[in-house]
Write a protein that binds this ligand. Sequence first.
Ligand SMILES: Cc1cc2nc3c(=O)[nH]c(=O)nc-3n(C[C@H](O)[C@H](O)[C@H](O)COP(=O)(O)O)c2cc1C
Length: 501
Amino acid sequence: MITENVLCRSDMIRCVLCTDAPCTSVCTRLDPASILRSIWFDNEKCAAAKLPDTNPCIECSAPCETACLRCGQVPVRELIDRMYDEIRPALDAAAPQNEERLKTSICGVPLENPFLLSSSAVSATYDMCARAFEAGWAGAAFKTISTFDVHEASPRFSAIYGNDGAITGFKNIEQLSDHSVEENMAVFRQLKENYPSKVLIASIMGQNEAEWEQLAAECEANGADIIELNFSCPHLTDKGYGSDIGQDAEAVRRFTAAARRGTQLPILAKLTPNVNTMVPMAQAAREAGANGIAAINTIKSVTNVNPHTYVSAPAVHGRSSFGGYSGLAVKPIALRFIAEMRMEKELSDMELSAMGGIETWLDALEYILMGANSLQVTTAVMQYGYRIIDDLKAGLNYYMAEKGIRHIADLVGEGIDSLSANPDHLEKDSVLFPRFMQDRCIGCGRCVVSCADGGHQALHLNNDRRPVLDGKKCVGCHLCILVCPQKAIRPSSTRIIRNPQ
Ligand SMILES: Cc1cc2nc3c(=O)[nH]c(=O)nc-3n(C[C@H](O)[C@H](O)[C@H](O)COP(=O)(O)O)c2cc1C
């Protein structure tokens, strides 16, 4: 069962995922920090499979918990005990011995795994890419290279937080690489020399056709494996660049053709989500010589309007601007764009390099099932560091081992057949009622209040504070299931034919 975790972020209570974690420094038998990270990133099964056969926490005084920077507030030993007691006995597979099944390719270029840094702050220098490669990333789309005179504002980021304290949505107003083309070409040469097996994607943005052609040619000459055309930066729009191009199929066609004149390398057109559909732009890119699409770039946004100053964030000398939104919150939007392109027959030969809110291997799997061939990440790396690659790779590898899947390609697009662009195409003659698990219910009544005020008034609490369903009123919308804090409501196992009125 991969959808319901035995252990999850809320079990970790106050763990902050520290660097050089003291819990690990004081433990002589295990690496508790890495085990806790695996729980955070939905990879607890593989982590449990890797534990030694006998639990070293039995008869241990748990120095990890006292060394913790939030001393005593993280139940490290209890979490490891639960890995032994609840997760290990239910495992279907041993921890994989190698990463062979993660090997794949992007536009014909071999990838040791499907995970790449996306073009951004995380891939801006030699040192950053080198450290990411050492950590296990298969490659990087380097920070967009241009001839623009780039000056950045301070501050340039803002964040929206979830209840677990983690960033769920991230806004940036950052522009392009602030290094010259020449400096970046020197970085490319050095990266290719020292990391020949890692894939280097050159993200470029020209100011006219000649520049798109020239930049593509220079990046090829200096060792890039793939050219990515940035038609999607939302922060250069008053100049008619960036996402202005990605909203105009003819401009996409013109600049893709220009880049194609400059290079023989595979080309990815990176498209903007600030449109209704990407399909016409993707088709134009394909017709002009692109081999694939990278998507999504960030979504134009306003965040955190200050109630006292009335200025939104990030505030720069009392003013702000629209900026690009990324991170977990944008994943459903990005998945729709990826699925929509994968559904399009005319784009069936196009590679899709997908991004938008990938934090865990499960996020990555969702993209693969919706048709992505490779995956790119920024915001999660900005929040947690390059180290997330460990759980991305291990989690996906373990899932594939469990399912007996040998190649990523066997999963690509496997979720598409069950997806329709229009809910009118779904069966509407039967209802799936909710089922209430009395042993889990604590009688909070959240299901009742949501059903009363946002549903069909089909629930009330009985004298024992347990929900009672009125089957005549229930339409099977499942709002009660979604809001239950105890996860005490589930869908029934059988559908009931709707009563014809
Ligand atoms: C700080 C920051 C800088 C970015 N800079 C670029 C860039 O230079 N070129 C580009 O194509 N995309 C850029 N992006 C967009 C990311 O590559 C990516 O498309 C987007 O953030 C969605 O992925 P994520 O949710 O994993 O961050 C940037 C994103 C962030 C957060």
